[in-house]
Design a protein around this ligand. Structure first.
Ligand code: C5P
Length: 296
C-alpha cells in the first residue's frame, strides 16, 4: 500500500504546567500542511519489521517511529503478517519541528488499520498512537486541532481558512530535551493568545489567527539559533506574511500569507540563504484520511 504522511505546524505552542513525572503539559493549535513523505508498506515473508529510506542515516529498526507504530499496532490489534517492509521517501525535513517521524508513524497506523478485518475507529487509533509518540495521536487525526496534555487530548477545530504557508528550516538543529530543560514555566514572558486563535478560527478570520500565533520556546533559544529564527520571521513578515512563528521544538519557521505572490517572493528570498524552503497550503482532516493500494 502507498500512503502519504503529512507534515504539521504549530499555529501556537504553550507550555502550561510541569508534571510530577518531569514532563510538561502543553496547549497547542496544530495544522496539517501539504508537505509529505510517501510510504510504501508491504508484507514480506521474513519475520520482523524493516524500514528503508532515501536518507540512509535514518534508523531501520524500532528506534524509527514508523517501525514502532507497526509493532504497537500488531501487539494490540494483530494482523495477518509476519514481517513488514516500510519504504519511506522522506521530504519532510528531519528533526525540524514539523512532526515528520510522527507523521510516518501515523501513516503506518492508518495503513495497517485500513487493511485490518476489524479496523479501529479514528479516535481509538489516535489514542493507540500515544504509545508510539506524543505527536502521533494528532497526526492520526490531522486537520486543524487543539492538542493538550502531552498531545493526546485532541479537539477538532474549524479548518484554517485557505492561505499559502511558507516553511523554512535553517541548517542547525535543536534538541527537545535541551529545550524543555531550559524552560522555567514561572519565567514565561509571552504566550500565544490560544483563546483568540480559537475564536478567529470559528469566524474564519485568517488574519486574526496569524496575528495571535506564538511559540513559547522562541524566548528560550537565546543563542545564535534564536537570532536566526527571528531573522527568518522578519523576512517572512517583510514579504507580507500575516504572521510567523516557530513550529514545535524548532528550528523550522513558517509564515501564513493571504497573498500567493507574497508567499512566492518569500520562498525566492529565503532560498538565497536556506536549502530547505517549501511553499505549502493547509490540509483538512478528511484529505489526510486514507492510502491507496498500488496497482501492482
Ligand atoms: O517526546 P520526546 O521523547 O522527544 O521528549 C524528549 C524529552 O523532552 C523528554 O524526556 C522530556 O524531558 C521532555 N518533554 C517534556 N514534556 C513534553 C515532551 C517532552 O518535558 N510534553
Amino acid at each position: 500500500m502507498r500512503i502519504d504522511a503529512y507534515a504539521k505546524i504549530n499555529l501556537s505552542l504553550d507550555v502550561v504546567d510541569r508534571r510530577e513525572d518531569g514532563y510538561h503539559d502543553l496547549c497547542m493549535v496544530m495544522q496539517t500542511v501539504s508537505l509529505t513523505d510517501t510510504l510504501n508498506i508491504n508484507a514480506r515473508p521474513d519475520v520482523g519489521i524493516e524500514v528503508l529510506s532515501n536518507l540512509s542515516y535514518l534508523p531501520k529498526n524500532e528506534s524509527n517511529l514508523a517501525a514502532k507504530a507497526a509493532s504497537v499496532y500488531q501487539r494490540s490489534c494483530g494482523g495477518d503478517w509476519d514481517g513488514l517492509l516500510i519504504e519511506i521517501d522522506k521530504r519532510i525535513p528531519v528533526c525540524s519541528g514539523m512532526g515528520g517521524g510522527s507523521a510516518d508513524a501515523a501513516a503506518v497506523l492508518r495503513c495497517l488499520n485500513q487493511c485490518a478485518q476489524r479496523p479501529l475507529p479514528t479516535d481509538q487509533l489516535a489514542q493507540l498512537g500515544a504509545e508510539v509518540g506524543s505527536d502521533v495521536p494528532y497526526c492520526v487525526m490531522g486537520g486543524t486541532a487543539l492538542a493538550e496534555g502531552l498531545g493526546e487530548r485532541l479537539t477538532g477545530l474549524p479548518p484554517l481558512p485557505d492561505c499559502s504557508i511558507v516553511l523554512c528550516k535553517p541548517a542547525f538543529s535543536i534538541s527537545t530535551p535541551e529545550l524543555f530543560g531550559c524552560m522555567d514555566i514561572r519565567k514565561i514572558r509571552y504566550r500565544p493568545d490560544t483563546g483568540g486563535i480559537l475564536k478567529a478560527l470559528r469566524q474564519g478570520d485568517l488574519k486574526g489567527v496569524a496575528q495571535r500565533m506564538y511559540n513559547v520556546f522562541e524566548d528560550v533559544i537565546t543563542d545564535y539559533r534564536g537570532q536566526e529564527i527571528q531573522k527568518i520571521k522578519s523576512e517572512l513578515l517583510s514579504c507580507g506574511a500575516l504572521g510567523a512563528s516557530m513550529s514545535g521544538t524548532g528550528p523550522s519557521v513558517f509564515g501564513l500569507f493571504d497573498d500567493p505572490d507574497g508567499a512566492e517572493a518569500a520562498v525566492d528570498r529565503l532560498k538565497n540563504h536556506y536549502q530547505e524552503v517549501f511553499l505549502t497550503v493547509p490540509v483538512r482532516q478528511n484529505q489526510t484520511a486514507s492510502g491507496s493500494l498500488d496497482p501492482d
